[in-house]
Design a binder for this molecule. Sequence first.
Ligand code: MD3
Ligand code: FE
Length: 212
Amino acid sequence: SVIAPGAVHVPGWLSPERQRELVAACRAWARGPVPLRHTALPGGGVMSVRTVCVGWHWQPYRYSRTADDVNGARVAGFPGWLVELGRTALAAAYGQGGGEPGRGYTPDTALINFYDGAARMGMHQDKEERSDAPVVSLSVGDSCVFRFGNTRTRGRPYTDVELASGDLFVFGGPSRFAYHGVPKVYPGTADPAAGLSGGRLNITLRETGLTG
Ligand code: MD3
Ligand code: FE
């Protein structure tokens, strides 16, 4: 369903098999070359979510190829099957045109966030990318409240949407630079078939617009 212009929610898009494959891939990335960890913030705090990146490493507030704020290692390469998954997701949300005729979607980074029952993500915009290509979000495991706001302030007006295991959400066009966050996770709501024993996994695919 369309939540706002360019923001499309497709509940249950990932099959249980696809969810298990994603969980397995994320487990492997979480072990290295850069480990899953709480991202350190410039003010001295840490995010409650744990994150690992593929393709490009995100740290507040830039992308690099090496995880200079973690262990200095070069991040894992972005696999071709994840590009294909991104394109299929875009087609499912926007239709076969992909929303942007004449231009292929080629995500080159994935941010993988793991939420335990207490983890949250405050309202923020994603502005580090040098591209206005859509962001593809895939959820696995426990359900959560996803808060989708506006492009001007982190406060109201916003819309709360429940995201469950297997859901696809695409944010393009005017929604690409909207404030958004995750104010609550519902522990114990995951479908065991997804292969996660607890918590919530969110994978976002993006085009950084960077080269090198
Ligand atoms: C709307 N992640 O990684 S996914 C993030 O569930 C992030 O882990 C949340 O916000 C999560 O930056 C929300 C949905 C999402 C992701 C990126 C967006 C919505 C977005 C970028 C622009 C607009
Ligand atoms: Fe975000």
